[in-house]
Design a binder for this molecule. Structure first.
Ligand SMILES: Cc1cc2nc3c(=O)[nH]c(=O)nc-3n(C[C@H](O)[C@H](O)[C@H](O)COP(=O)(O)OP(=O)(O)OC[C@H]3O[C@@H](n4cnc5c(N)ncnc54)[C@H](O)[C@@H]3O)c2cc1C
Length: 417
């Protein structure tokens, strides 16, 4: 049965949900607070599709590492010192989720979702003449210390046990994959199923395809509240008036947690601010995306340009750019690529984005128990692009009253209620 589905938020997740709902024959409206080409996570990201990222943010090593990094202002991780009961609660939930057993069960879920999403990206690339520049050449996890390489080797062994191809490479073997690029490394791990794309192009293509499929995209319109009974949502309130629908899907990234509050629901998330720096005329032109492992910096070739992305700053909902964090990224790049110096970043375009981070590192995908016609797809943290198409597909199946292709029990949005 065809329904009218209203999606709050036109980031990569909202657009992907819209796409698959329209394909199922539903009438779809996307309500987006910003203009078409805005900054934010879905534009500022590193564009990586990452089956290699099967370990969730909440993992046993993360708490001691975060505590160590916190005191260095240029490190990859920072918590802005402040008293916030919400932040403490989130940290406590993360700590509780960071067990070997929880990681093991999350890893199979993430593996399946990333691989399914990757297949969707291949389909999209074929459908739309690869306008968003999908490159299926893998990802290099570059390590410049023996300790870092040991850690990544253990992750590679775990990946292999899960059936994800991962190869430990000597510096010479890594250089063969990137001829002409000087890399100062102790070794690397090569994840050949990972890929990369150009995020702004993906967003533009999706918006165009949605419009031609009859999806209504209402930009510059903020959802300010809900009209709801005890068990159903009837409409959302906007400056332009009340918008009614049969189904409501909340895809507002980090802002989803604020929007559900009025409905008496809880969606624990912290904004993990990250930055990307894009060089339009880069001094090196690698062909494969990479993560500079110890520095936690991502590097992605995007057409002729090169983007570096990194840092995870828990500063609340605040998109301002912190020059100390930018300096941390810039300094770390030269440690891996000696031909890239801080001077090359003087003309970089810098963007920030707030990753919507759930405490257990798994997204929220599904219906809320309390309201029969309200669901969410949010909390994708550092994997929102990679998981976007499969998220859209699963949500479209749910809203069409079909059994989802993958079990989403672990992703229930009510899991902290
Ligand atoms: C530096 C960096 C690098 C990254 N690299 C990668 C990567 O390589 N691969 C990967 O998979 N992920 C990556 N990510 C993460 C990824 O970008 C996010 O997970 C993803 O963009 C989240 O998408 P979203 O649609 O949930 O949220 P958002 O992109 O934040 O979109 C939410 C939308 O909702 C709108 N909205 C909010 N409130 C309202 C309201 N009240 N009414 C109407 N609209 C509203 C917002 O304007 C926004 O457009 C990276 C992130 C950063 C910051």
């Amino acid at each position: 049965m065809s329904k009218h589905v209203l999606i709050v938020g036109g980031g990569i997740i909202g657009l992907s949900v819209a796409y698959y709902c329209a394909r199922k024959g539903h009438r779809v409206t996307v309500v987006e607070r910003g203009a078409a080409e805005r900054d934010g996570c879905s534009f500022a990201n590193a564009g990586m599709i990452v089956p290699s990222h099967f370990i969730p943010l909440a993992s046993p090593g993360v708490v001691p590492l975060a505590l160590r990094w916190m005191w260095n202002p240029e490190s990859p991780f920072r918590v802005q010192p402040r008293f916030s009961a919400e932040l403490l609660d989130w940290g406590w939930k993360l700590y509780r989720a960071a067990t070997t057993a929880r990681v093991a069960s999350a890893a199979t879920v993430l593996r399946d979702l990333h691989l399914a999403s990757r297949a969707c990206f291949e389909e999209w690339a074929a459908l739309w003449g690869n306008e968003f520049e999908l490159v299926e050449r893998g990802l290099l996890m570059l390590c410049n210390t023996d300790h870092g390489l040991d850690e990544e080797t253990r992750t590679a062994e775990y990946a292999q046990r899960l059936g994800i191809p991962a190869e430990v490479l000597s510096p010479a073997a890594a250089a063969e994959l990137e001829p002409g690029i000087r890399m100062a490394i102790a070794g690397a791990v090569y994840f050949r199923l990972d890929c990369h794309l150009t995020p702004a192009r993906l967003m533009a293509v999706l918006r165009r395809e949605l419009r031609s499929a009859g999806v209504q995209i209402v930009s510059d319109t903020e959802v300010r509240g809900w009209r709801a009974s005890k068990v159903r949502v009837d409409a959302v309130e906007t400056r332009a008036g009340r918008l009614e629908a049969d189904e409501f899907v909340l895809c507002a990234g980090i802002w989803s947690k604020e929007l559900v509050r009025d409905l008496g629901l809880v969606l624990p998330m912290q904004a993990g601010k990250g930055y990307s720096l894009t060089l339009e005329t880069p001094p090196i032109r690698p062909g494969i995306c990479a993560i500079l492992s110890e520095a936690r910096v991502a590097m992605t070739p995007m057409g002729g340009s090169l983007r570096f992305g990194g840092t995870m700053e828990l500063t609340g909902i605040d998109e301002t750019i912190n020059p100390i964090r930018i300096r941390g990224i810039v300094k770390s790049v030269a440690r891996y690529y000696p031909d890239v110096s801080p001077a090359h970043f003087e003309q970089a375009s810098i963007r920030s984005g707030l990753r919507p981070c759930s405490p257990d590192g798994l997204p929220y995908i599904g219906r809320f128990d309390r309201y029969a016609n309200l669901s969410t797809a949010s909390g994708h943290a550092m994997m929102g692009v990679s998981l976007a198409p499969i998220t859209g597909k699963l949500m479209a199946e749910l809203l069409s009253d079909e059994a989802p292709a993958y079990s989403i029990a672990a992703l229930r949005p009510d899991r902290y209620m």
